[in-house]
Design a protein around this ligand. Structure first.
Ligand code: ZN
Length: 371
C-alpha cells in the first residue's frame, strides 16, 4: 500500500518535471526560436522534450570552475574563430568588394576579419586559450570546386528554348555563376560547419564579420550615415523555414543539445564588449527575420543563418561597424593604408579595436580574475 502511494508520487513528480520541460520548450519557441510563426503547426514540444542533450563542449561555468589558481585567465577554453567569407579573388563573387574612389583601398570583408581573427587568436593564446582558426588565408576551405556543383546548378535553370549561340551562352553563364556561388558560399559554410562539428569540436565558435548597409539609389554612390553593431545567435525561424524537414531537424537539435543558453550568455558578453569597444549603438531589425531577446543586451539578436543553424556547439556571430558608413569607411581606409605602408598601427586602429573587443567578450564569458 505504502509502496504504491510512493510510486504514485514519484510518477506524479516525473510527470510534473516533464510538463515543466514541455512548457519551457514552448516558451523558448515563442520567444526565441520561432516568435513570428505558428510553430505549433509544425512542432510538438512534448516530442522535442524527449530528446537527450548531446554535446562535447563545456559550459563557461564548468571551464571557470575547473581552472585552478595560478592558471592563465582563459586556460581550459578551446575557442574556434571563423573569419567570415573568403576575400581575395572571391571577394567580388561574394559581393564583398568595394571602394569609393580609384585611389582608395579595396574594402574586402573576408580579408579584414581574417586580420581581426589572427590578431585576436594571438592574444587569446597568450591568455591560455586553445584557439582553432577556420581559415588562415583568402582561399576557400571547401575542397569542392565550382565544377563539382555544375550539375546541381544546372538543375536550377531551364534549358534555353532557342538554339541560338547567345541563348546558349547566357544559359551557360547563369549556370557557371550559380555553381561558383554554391562552392564559395553555401558549400563553404557547410564545410566550415562540418569541420567544427566533426574535427575541431571547440567549446564555442565565434564568427567574425563586418556589416554593411544597402546603398541608396543616389548616384554616384554615397556613404551612409548610420553606423551600429550587433551580435547574432541562432533562432527566429519563419514558417517557410519550419516547413523544411532539415531545418526542423536542426532546430530540434539546437534546442535540445544545451548550446542555446550558452549562446545567450556568450552573445550577451560579446555584445557588451563590442558596445564598450566601439561606442556604436545597437543595430535594429524591422522585419520578421530576427528577434531581440527579453532581458539580454540590446546588441543581441536571434536569426536563422546557415552557419549558426549548422554548428552544433554554442555559436555567436559578430556584426560590428557599417563598412560603407561615413564613420567606419575612413577608419577602414586608414587601417589598410597603415598596413600597406608597414607603419606602426595607432591605438585607435579599427581592426585592433575589433580584435580587442573579441578578447574582452571572451574574458567576460570564460575568464578568470586578472593575474
Ligand atoms: Zn559578413
Amino acid at each position: 500500500m505504502y509502496r504504491s502511494r510512493w510510486s504514485c508520487a514519484f510518477f506524479l513528480l516525473i510527470g510534473h518535471l516533464a510538463c515543466a520541460e514541455v512548457t519551457s520548450i514552448a516558451a523558448e519557441l515563442s520567444a526565441r526560436y520561432s516568435p513570428f510563426a505558428d510553430w505549433a503547426s509544425f512542432l510538438d514540444p512534448a516530442a522535442i522534450a524527449k530528446n537527450q542533450p548531446t554535446g562535447w563542449w563545456q559550459s563557461p561555468e564548468i571551464i571557470k570552475g575547473a581552472r585552478s589558481e595560478g592558471k592563465l585567465r582563459l586556460s581550459g577554453l578551446h575557442i574556434a574563430l571563423e573569419p567570415g567569407h573568403i576575400g581575395g579573388a572571391w571577394a567580388e563573387w561574394e559581393g564583398r568588394n568595394f571602394r569609393m574612389a580609384e585611389d582608395d583601398y579595396w574594402v574586402r570583408e573576408g580579408e579584414l576579419v581574417l586580420e581581426v581573427a589572427l590578431r585576436a587568436a594571438a592574444i587569446l593564446e597568450r591568455l591560455g586559450a586553445e584557439v582553432s582558426l577556420l581559415r588562415t588565408s583568402s582561399h576557400p576551405v571547401n575542397p569542392k570546386k565550382p565544377a563539382d556543383y555544375w550539375d546541381a546548378a544546372a538543375k536550377e535553370f531551364a534549358a534555353p528554348s532557342q538554339v541560338s549561340l547567345s541563348a546558349q551562352f547566357s544559359h551557360a553563364l547563369a549556370v557557371r555563376d550559380q555553381a561558383i556561388r554554391m562552392a564559395i558560399i553555401t558549400g563553404e559554410l557547410a564545410e566550415r560547419a562540418r569541420l567544427v562539428n566533426e574535427s575541431i569540436r571547440p567549446d564555442a565558435l565565434i564568427s567574425l564579420h563586418i556589416n554593411a548597409a544597402p546603398w541608396s539609389e543616389v548616384q554616384p554612390r554615397q556613404l551612409v550615415d548610420s553606423d551600429h553593431a550587433h551580435v547574432l545567435i541562432f533562432g527566429c525561424l519563419l514558417a517557410s523555414e519550419l516547413a523544411v524537414t532539415r531545418q526542423r531537424e536542426r532546430l530540434i537539435e539546437k534546442m535540445t543539445n544545451g548550446s542555446g543558453p550558452i549562446e545567450v550568455y556568450l552573445g550577451d558578453a560579446m555584445g557588451e564588449a563590442l558596445a564598450d569597444a566601439t561606442g556604436l549603438p545597437p543595430s535594429d531589425y524591422s522585419g520578421d527575420n530576427a528577434v531581440r531577446l527579453e532581458g539580454t543586451s540590446a546588441y543581441l539578436w536571434a536569426r536563422n543563418l546557415m552557419l549558426l543553424r549548422l554548428v552544433d556547439c554554442p555559436a555567436v556571430m559578430l556584426e560590428p561597424y557599417i563598412a560603407n558608413s561615413r564613420t567606419s569607411y575612413p577608419r577602414i581606409q586608414e587601417a589598410l593604408r597603415a598596413r600597406a605602408h608597414h607603419e606602426p598601427l595607432p591605438e585607435e586602429d579599427i581592426l585592433i579595436e575589433y580584435a580587442d573587443a573579441v578578447v574582452q567578450g571572451l574574458l567576460r564569458a570564460y575568464g578568470g580574475e586578472p593575474r
